[in-house]
Design a binder for this molecule. Structure first.
Ligand code: FPP
Length: 237
């Protein structure tokens, strides 16, 4: 167990390896996602217990729409089922759920599930869980640039007023502190269009463990690695 000191306020996770986990067991990829959902459930609880205040998880990237139809449908069904089954538990545990991503492409059922879980958990103060769904960091940055340009064009904003704070507040993550620690599972070493602006100073932690096998011990290993690092933000000690 990590010490309470130096716990990251915001942990972001690229939950990777569900497909390989299933393949290793001769199962369908969708079964890997079901096991991944269990890992997410454990991680929410473990992160809250460790004192993490914001947990962002990459649950469905905009690129994921290009996966086989059957797999996309299985993931959408999992979102709906997960939300329905977990709403009470999350609310009782003080978890506030927010969804970050473009919402326009979801079916009415998924859109309603998202709206409902955000509403039901809005008062949670223990942990904010941010589900990145239909999320693409580059699209998010393009949208923000477009909005800022529009405000300049309308005379609402001067070019000189464009600074890092304004850009941060124009992103989907407005109001959420930047991630301190980004974890990626399954032995891949990339950010895959996830929180590119927000993770500028984040510590990165990679593990070979496949997401469905990620447990409390793995989280604490990541938190311990984080606690041992020295963050300098480009300065000298
Ligand atoms: C990456 O594994 C995982 C995903 C694309 C989906 C993540 C979804 C979950 C963890 C469970 C569902 C949670 C919600 C909220 C819907 P992969 O399929 O890319 O694995 P692979 O790289 O081994 O093929």
């Amino acid at each position: 167990m990590s010490t309470r000191a130096n716990i990251p306020q915001h942990v972001a996770i690229i939950m990777d390896g569900n497909g390989r986990w299933a393949k290793l067991r001769g199962k369908e990829r969708s079964e890997g996602h079901v096991a991944g959902m269990e890992a997410l459930r454990r991680t929410i609880q473990n992160a809250a217990e460790a004192g993490v205040k914001y947990l962002t998880v990459y649950a469905f990237s905009t690129e994921n729409w290009g996966r086989p139809k059957q797999e996309v449908e299985a993931l959408m069904a999992l979102i709906c089922r997960g939300v329905e089954l977990e709403a009470d538990n999350l609310r009782e545990a003080g978890v506030r759920v927010k969804v970050m991503g473009r919402r326009a492409n979801f079916s009415a059922e998924v859109a309603e599930a998202i709206r409902s879980i955000e509403e039901q958990t809005a008062a949670g103060e223990q942990l904010t869980l941010i589900l990145a769904l239909d999320y693409s960091s580059r699209s998010e940055i393009c949208d923000a640039v477009r909005n800022i340009a529009r405000r300049v064009q309308q005379g609402e904003l001067a070019v000189e007023q464009i600074d890092e704070h304004l850009i941060s507040e124009s992103l989907l993550s407005a109001g959420v502190p930047d991630p301190d620690l980004v974890i990626r599972t399954s032995g891949e070493y990339r950010l895959s269009n996830f929180l590119l602006w927000q993770a500028s100073y984040a510590e990165l932690y990679f593990t070979d463990v496949l997401w469905p096998d990620f447990d409390g011990e793995e989280l604490h290993r990541a938190l311990e690695a984080y606690a041992a690092r020295e963050r300098r933000y480009g300065l000298v000690k």
